[in-house]
Write a protein that binds this ligand. Structure first.
Ligand SMILES: [Zn+2]
Length: 433
């Protein structure tokens, strides 16, 4: 009996993964006053020396936010001092900050509680679901809403840790223009998964009740990959809350590629690092990662027999923004006028229910240029006429946000997709939004 108890304890101990603590990690806001100072910051980001976690990217005269672990702090501060860059301490203990942030808060734009609208039908939206539960829900939707779900399947690749990447295709009979929604390509942006799940639930649960849901499903085929980076997403639950990349293995045991730098869109030219230690590592080669390959192959399949991908939505957090293409440089697609006018309608929709402070703008100007991102590839390689990157709640630097935000943020996102659906050219549809 004693032996059995000991055995059980050993098994239990082996199953417990120590979760990374952010005790003593600082959040620093940094402002580069000129190009020279910006170069210093960019050099640190690209070489990962000292190692920094970039929460908001540096741009001249705009505040950047870095998480600085205790081991990097000395070198970081001395570089800032040498370059005369102004630094402000925002939080002196990220562990406490995350704990605080996960609690419901009241105040302007934080959330809207109690929410007086529709809060869910097929599932509840009160906590952040793990990958396994999300996959089961997709299967469940497919089995329950047989006339509204055309397919539930997996992309034709497997992740480094052996997971499949699930997708779902919604729509009523007939091949229609496609809206493709990609979620959680960045592991730590948990609000994205909750928001996209609310969107999917609303789509099927409200089809016979809401003109909006009926309009979307009668007009479009909607593909959703709710968790494009399942290895990273699970790792952010079990081991490191602030993990961003996937989990593929590289030289010297270094792990992870930033999947949103791995697509074939001027790969490795702007806003990337070629150092695996960096959080913006673009990978050893273009489309080296299974997750990016899977999306590429699915889009190719959608376009077999003719261009069907019409809009591609890459959903991220945080900042409360709708970003327009291109992302890789300060250039715009030829059809920018129509992209811009739909972005304005989407942003108005995001603000509509709670006056949440969403704005829209050209990616590189609003944030920073980024090459190898999925939104650009969807246009350049996938032929999409409209591509957008969402940065969801919150407005201020943070990846941890109370799950009480899921429903209101989900509703805002829902309205914005309806607005997009109503405001795209090249689709014959009648709607008013
Ligand atoms: Zn992101």
């Amino acid at each position: 009996m004693k032996f059995l108890v000991a055995l059980v304890l050993v098994v239990f101990a082996n199953n417990v993964t120590a979760k990374k603590s952010y005790r003593g990690h600082r959040l620093m806001s940094v402002k580069a006053a000129d190009k020279q100072q910006l170069d210093v910051l960019e050099h640190m980001m690209k070489t990962a020396e000292p190692w920094l976690d970039i929460w908001s990217y540096p741009v001249v005269n705009r505040t950047a936010v870095f998480r600085v672990p205790p081991s990097s702090y000395g070198m970081f501060m001395s570089r800032m001092g040498l370059a005369n860059i102004s630094v402000t301490l925002m939080e002196n203990d990220v562990e406490d900050f995350l704990k605080r942030s996960s609690l419901p808060v009241s105040g302007p734009h934080a959330e809207t509680s109690p929410f007086s609208g529709w809060t869910g039908g097929f599932t509840t939206h009160t906590y952040y679901k793990r990958y396994g539960e999300i996959v089961s829900l997709l299967t469940g939707m497919g089995n329950t809403f047989t006339s509204l779900v055309k397919e539930v399947g997996v992309l034709n690749t497997q992740t480094y840790e052996g997971r499949t990447i699930s997708y779902i295709r919604f729509g009523t009979p007939g091949d229609k223009p496609v809206i493709f929604i990609e979620g959680l390509i960045h592991a730590r942006e948990w609000i994205v998964g909750g928001t996209v799940m609310y969107f999917m639930d609303r789509l099927v649960s409200r089809y016979s009740l809401d003109a909006d849901a009926k309009f979307l499903l009668d007009t479009y085929d909607i593909y959703v990959v709710p968790v494009a980076n399942p290895d990273g997403y699970e790792y952010s639950h079990t081991s490191q809350r602030l993990w961003r990349k996937n989990r593929s293995s590289h030289r010297n045991g270094c792990r992870g590629v930033d999947l949103n730098r791995n697509f074939d869109a001027f790969w490795r030219t702007e806003g990337v690092s070629t150092n695996c230690n960096s959080d913006i590592y673009c990978g050893p080669s273009v489309f080296s990662e299974a997750e990016a390959q899977g999306i590429r192959n699915k889009v190719a399949e959608i376009n077999t027999g003719g261009q069907r991908l019409h809009a591609y939505l890459a959903v991220h957090s945080y900042s409360q923004l709708v970003l327009t293409p291109y992302s890789y440089d300060y250039v715009k697609p030829d059809n920018y006028a129509e992209i811009e006018s739909a972005a304005a309608a989407m942003t108005q929709a995001l603000r509509l229910p709670f006056n949440t402070d969403y704005t829209w703008g050209h990616g590189p100007t609003t944030l920073y240029p980024v090459s190898g991102a999925s939104d650009d590839w969807a246009m350049l390689g996938g032929g999409a006429r409209y591509t957008y990157t969402y940065e969801l709640r919150p407005k201020e630097a943070n990846f941890e946000i109370s799950p009480t935000n899921i429903i209101p943020n989900g509703y805002e996102f829902w309205l914005s997709v309806v607005a997009l659906g109503c405001n795209m050219n090249g689709v014959s549809a009648t709607c008013d939004f």
